[in-house]
Ligand binder design. Structure first.
Ligand code: DI6
Ligand code: FE
Length: 413
């Protein structure tokens, strides 16, 4: 391993442990190093490898944690969520079960717009209080980085309120929060029938205000029949790039509009959902280095039958990430481990691909792979100790949490 330090420079050491590094430079599956050791200095990993390769004397003046043969993985990364929102949509769930479709409900002004009403009405404190338990559930399963989108405010004040709540959750919890402005999520009631005017407002007023307040790290849009067209999405991308903000896209979830090719042309970090993406779209992603973010929770909860083309992603070597899409309408889930299982059972990913999808490839989808996503020297000391005998267990069980301990920024949570 490159850049390994000497024991004198270490701050803490983990022994009796197997490492699923997920690092491409380790050739074993899962990047596994069995009977390994890992050392941390401050908030960074400063040594890892086989225990028998530990250099010199084991230091006696630093904390040494013996892990009884447990496994360590990188901290999990949920790279696509709408975690901050007011209210819930349980009644809409009942309605859908009588046969009314998700799109029909959206067209009748329910769906996303009903959450917009509830989110506009909620105070900042109420939103914080509603979101904290959802975040806690994700953290309890070893999530150390999460992306949180706006998009249930649509007006400037409520979008800013949502993003402040997201930022504040990141500063009061042992988790890194990456924020995304999703102003182009739906057309708000005050712009009904005037979607171009709404996009103009997003590009010339809302986005510049949000950017000036440094509330968003990335800009996203919902390119869909019940969302925005490709040309409207393109205007949002141009406005984002003019402000120096990276982009990503909800693309091809319910139909194929070609949003993926557009996202690729603009160098998006990721295209997300992708059930209906064509091979041209996949090829464009490969060329532009766009990550495919798979959201099995939404596929499951909307009882979709069309799966994202996993074999095409493999064929074109498009990196696949997996996330919860946690939101009140299409994926009210707060378990990333369950998404690992569903990515395998519903989309036929291998457990290794699924784990890669919530670590290394999720970091790429957030543009953060320099600092997180694998166990490697120099990366942040965000990792999870699991009570498992093999990494495949993380995808194998469901409704069970084998998380033993979470280390965030080098510190035990
Ligand atoms: N696609 C989704 O799955 C979420 N947003 C989006 O654009 C669902 C949002 C919702 O139904 O509240
Ligand atoms: Fe989403």
């Amino acid at each position: 391993m490159n850049g390994q330090s000497t024991p004198k420079q270490w701050g803490a050491l983990w022994l009796d442990v197997n490492l699923a590094t997920l690092a491409p430079i380790v050739p074993q599956s899962y990047g596994a190093i069995e009977d390994g050791a890992l050392a941390v200095k401050d908030n960074r990993i400063c040594w890892l490898g086989l225990r028998r390769d530990l250099p010199g004397e084991t230091p006696t003046d630093i904390p040494i944690y013996r892990c009884d043969g447990r496994w360590i993985t990188p901290g999990l990364i949920d790279c696509h969520t709408h975690l901050v929102y007011g209210g819930d949509r349980a009644r809409e769930f009942e309605l859908r079960l009588t046969g009314v479709s998700y799109e029909e409900i959206a067209r009748q002004g329910g769906g996303i717009l009903s959450t917009v009403n509830a989110t506009r009405e909620a105070s900042e404190q109420a939103l914080l209080d509603a979101t904290q338990p959802r975040l806690k559930a994700l953290m309890a399963e070893g999530t150390t980085t999460i992306e949180i989108k706006s998009g249930y405010g649509l007006d400037i004040d409520t979008e800013a309120k949502m993003l402040r709540v997201a930022r504040s959750l990141g500063s009061t919890n042992p988790i890194t929060v990456a924020t995304t402005y999703l102003g182009a999520h739906a057309v708000p009631a005050e712009y009904a029938g005037r979607s171009d005017d709404y996009i103009e407002f997003v590009c010339s007023e809302a986005l510049p205000t949000i950017a000036k307040q440094r509330l968003a790290d990335v800009v996203d849009a919902f390119c869909e029949n019940i969302g925005f067209s490709c040309s409207q999405t393109e205007r949002v991308f141009q406005a984002a790039q003019a402000l120096g903000l990276p982009i990503k896209l909800h693309a091809e979830q319910l139909s194929d509009l070609g949003g993926t090719q557009l996202a690729a042309r603009y160098g998006a970090l990721s295209a997300d959902h992708l059930e209906y993406v064509s091979e041209e779209g996949v090829a464009a992603m490969a060329t532009a280095g766009v990550v495919a973010v798979l959201l099995p929770g939404a596929f499951y909860f909307l009882r979709e039958s069309r799966r994202p083309p996993i074999n095409l992603f493999r064929k074109h070597r498009v990196p696949m990430a997996v996330a919860t899409d946690s939101n009140p309408g299409s994926s009210p889930v707060c378990s990333l481990l369950l998404m690992l299982n569903m990515a395998c059972t519903l989309f036929a990913l291998t457990p290794e691909e699924a784990l890669m999808g919530v670590t290394h490839n999720a970091a790429r989808a957030l543009g953060m792979s320099d600092s997180i996503g694998t166990l490697e020297v120099g990366k942040k000391a965000d990792f999870v100790i699991w009570d498992i005998d093999h990494p495949a267990e993380l995808a194998y069980r469901f409704g069970f949490n084998p998380c033993h301990q979470v280390i965030k920024d080098g510190l035990t949570v």
